[in-house]
Design a protein around this ligand. Structure first.
Ligand code: TRP
Length: 445
């Protein structure tokens, strides 16, 4: 078999940043900042991304390039087939499967809104109750299943071509496009009267909402940071297996964290000035993108262009994340069974489409076994199950593998930088696991 490795460093960064930058940045970050008191959440987020997310991201790169397989195969290579650490690999591929299932439902809504506003414009939203409308749209079972399947089909159509000809190629086109759209949106928002209010809302530490503590805020910020960086699920391990030995993992890691954080903040700077300028409240919750923004797009100058760019942005950001999730879940099949890539991709993709139907709000399904997660809709249950349990546990185990199970010389060889090794190895051994463990325990309590 010929090696399907990335052909350039730009390709690696584009694909990994593409994995990281997704609905979590554009939709999740802004609404979580909005509902968690703004500036304090953002500070905790930055701390989590840089001091916990980044070292785990590097750990996943090290594991993947050393093991040269997906998260299950790589951890088996490193720790042995019977090692309990292999759980992290299985939790990871399961997490990306579950996340992809509800992610594709949200992406489906985005496609629906995009097509609708492209053809009918935004003035339709000016006079309607957009919250009720969002409820109606997301409850149209047949239509939403169609858009969700369309999205998964697009994901399959890229992943089927593998890393070089599928994922790398598409990421190198989509990521600059995505970046360009964000820049346009931010520049537009900088001209709005609500800018000052938005900046102080995002960056000035404010009192926490009622019932929240600094711990709970920290814990949700860390969850958001892991989710946003695509860390803790082995998705980075899966891309790392296709990274040439000569590439510098440290600078790749740094660039991915930089872009992901930049784009989360830029999305906040694009969205909140609009919210404030049009007299809306920032704590709208998950519906921010679908309920509040369309009204603003209806009223503002150039709203047709800005609004459609925004929904287009949501769709392509979701797509570059979805290909990473599918590729990660696929890795375990390709590593374990002798199945052709084409067949495995289509089979797994079909399974995602079927399973995703359970997350359709129109179906009103919830799983009693998952009530402990605190979610009521199935989509939320899957979100909480993965964010509160699977991802932090996975991240903890990946850190432990690099800290304790891998030969120090091997870790040093992968890092290939004296100074960074000297700081990183003790840090990933003693500091990172403790921080994650504290957050897991307090999160569960
Ligand atoms: N990071 C993505 C976002 O911000 C979502 C995501 C979570 C993801 N886990 C992943 C993407 C695993 C790819 C692989 O929206």
């Amino acid at each position: 078999m010929s090696k399907d490795n990335f052909t350039s460093k730009i390709g690696i960064v584009a694909a990994t940043a593409g994995s990281a930058v997704g609905l979590g940045n554009l939709w999740g970050f802004s609404y979580k900042a909005g509902t968690n008191g703004g500036g304090s959440f953002v500070l905790f987020y930055l701390f989590s991304a840089i001091f916990i997310g980044m070292p785990v991201l590097l750990a996943e790169f090290i594991i993947g390039r050393e093991g040269r397989k997906g998260p299950v195969g790589s951890v088996e290579e490193i720790t042995g087939k019977k090692s309990p650490f292999v759980i992290a690999g299985y939790l990871g591929v399961l997490s990306t499967f579950l996340i992809l299932s509800f992610y594709s439902v949200i992406a489906g809504w985005s496609i629906d809104y995009l097509l609708n506003s492209l053809t009918h414009g935004f003035s339709q939203y000016a006079t309607m109750d957009t919250a009720a409308h969002f409820g109606e749209v997301s409850n149209q079972l047949g239509t939403q299943i169609f858009f969700q399947c369309l999205f998964v089909l697009a994901t399959i159509a890229i992943v089927i071509f593998g890393i070089q000809r599928g994922i790398e190629k598409i990421s190198k086109i989509m990521m600059p496009l995505l970046f360009g759209i964000i820049v346009i949106l931010v520049i537009y928002s900088l001209t709005l009267p609500g800018l000052g209010e938005a900046v102080s809302f995002l960056f000035k530490p404010s009192p926490l909402p009622e019932g929240a503590t600094y711990f709970s805020t920290f814990s949700s910020a860390l969850g958001q940071a892991f989710f946003s960086l695509s860390v803790g699920m082995g998705a980075v391990v899966t891309y790392a297996k296709a990274v040439d030995d000569k590439e510098d993992l440290n600078s790749i890691t740094l660039q991915v964290v930089f872009f992901d954080t930049l784009i989360a903040l830029a999305a906040g700077l694009a969205i909140f000035p609009i919210i404030f300028s049009y007299g809306m409240t920032p704590d709208q919750g998950a519906g921010l993108a679908f309920i509040s923004l369309p009204i603003a797009f209806a009223e503002m100058p150039f709203g047709y262009i800005i609004g459609n760019l925004f929904f287009f942005l949501l769709v392509i950001a979701a797509l570059t994340s979805a290909i990473s999730m599918l590729e990660n879940s696929l890795s375990v099949i390709l590593d374990k069974f002798n199945i052709e890539r084409k067949v495995a991709t289509i089979g797994l993709g079909a399974l995602v489409m079927l399973f995703a139907c359970l997350s359709q709000t129109g179906l009103n399904f919830s799983c009693p076994l998952l009530n402990f997660t605190g979610g009521t809709a199935f989509m939320d249950q899957l979100d909480y199950l993965t964010s509160l349990y699977f991802i932090p546990i996975g991240a903890l185990i990946f850190a432990l593998i690099v800290g304790y199970r891998m030969d120090t010389e091997v870790v040093k060889k992968q890092i290939n930088n004296e100074k960074i090794s000297k700081i990183y190895i003790p840090y990933v051994r003693y500091v990172v696991p403790i921080l994650i463990a504290i957050i897991i325990v307090t999160g569960i309590l």
